[in-house]
Design a protein around this ligand. Structure first.
Ligand code: MG
Length: 278
């Protein structure tokens, strides 16, 4: 009996959950969609928030880096705007035809016998439209998006102005100097904790795919196995680096092992496979 249990354990997949970012992870940056998102955000900042045009590019990029999304950073700075209005302005008029159906990725994802979840900072409509254009809408069991992470977003207030930085003058001296955003999003630990709790995920048995290094580094800290997508070299916090999500099988063949183990009869002798290494 003991041998049987050991054998079963050895054959079981190391992982029971895969978390995928969406933008620039499930489709390449080269599609141009993200560049359009950035343009729309900048336009929103100029037209709706009346931020001085020459300050917008720098502010947009620094808030994105510090807060995970520019929107979260704008809220932290005290800007009062409607989240739905922001999302419809930024995503509502995107040229989604830049995304093409990806049959190769679809087959790969459907053949992995592990629960798959989208974990994006984007809003629900954007996730649905992008996944549909890619032909991947039925490849995931759950979609975690802005609305899931911020269920009370309609009542959320912008950060109080106390300690608010002047435009473009946020300190670079670490998170403690930054005003807090009311938005829950990657790369902050609370967004990961929320997802683990909501979907009963054991991070030690989950793999996280993302193109953003800050998200990857928090993911690693939270106990996930990390895959940096869109880059072919590893740095701190990165377990695997994939130039393209299409390389997933070459880098992580063990994701398919659960399927093989289902077909193995326990009558086979207990042998050498006592541990499985990445
Ligand atoms: Mg991304």
């Amino acid at each position: 009996m003991e041998n049987k249990d050991q054998y079963k354990q050895a054959l079981e997949s190391k992982y029971d959950c895969l978390l995928f970012d969406l933008d620039d992870t499930l489709y390449p940056k080269a599609s141009g969609l993200s560049a359009q998102v950035t343009n729309n955000i900048k336009e929103y900042m100029i037209l709706k928030l009346e931020i001085q045009e020459d300050k917008v590019p720098e502010l947009c990029s620094s808030l994105y880096k510090k807060y995970g999304t520019t929107m979260a950073g704008l809220k932290a700075m005290g800007y009062d705007f409607d989240f739905d209005d922001f999302h419809s302005f930024v995503h509502g008029r995107l040229p989604y035809n830049l995304l093409k159906p990806d049959h190769v990725l679809r087959s790969l994802l459907l053949s992995i016998p592990i629960r798959k979840i989208i974990f994006t900072n984007g809003d629900k409509n954007h996730a649905a439209r992008a996944l549909s254009r890619l032909g991947l809408e039925d490849c995931f069991q759950e979609i975690i998006c802005f609305e899931t992470l911020n269920p009370n977003y309609k009542e959320a207030k912008p950060a109080v102005s106390e300690g608010k930085s002047e435009l473009g003058q946020s300190s670079d001296n670490g998170d403690s100097a930054l005003p807090k955003s009311p938005v829950v999003c990657k790369p902050f630990e609370n967004s990961f904790e929320e997802v683990f709790k909501m979907l009963k995920i054991n991070p030690q048995r989950a793999v996280f795919f993302d193109d953003n290094i800050y998200n990857i580094q928090t993911g690693k800290k939270m106990g996930l196995t990390t895959v940096w997508v869109g880059c072919s070299h590893r740095i701190g916090g990165v377990d695997y680096a994939l130039e393209s999500i299409h390389n997933i099988k070459e880098a992580l063949p063990e994701l398919w092992e659960a399927e093989e183990s289902k077909n193995v009869k326990y009558s086979r002798k207990v042998g050498i496979e006592t541990t499985v290494q990445a």
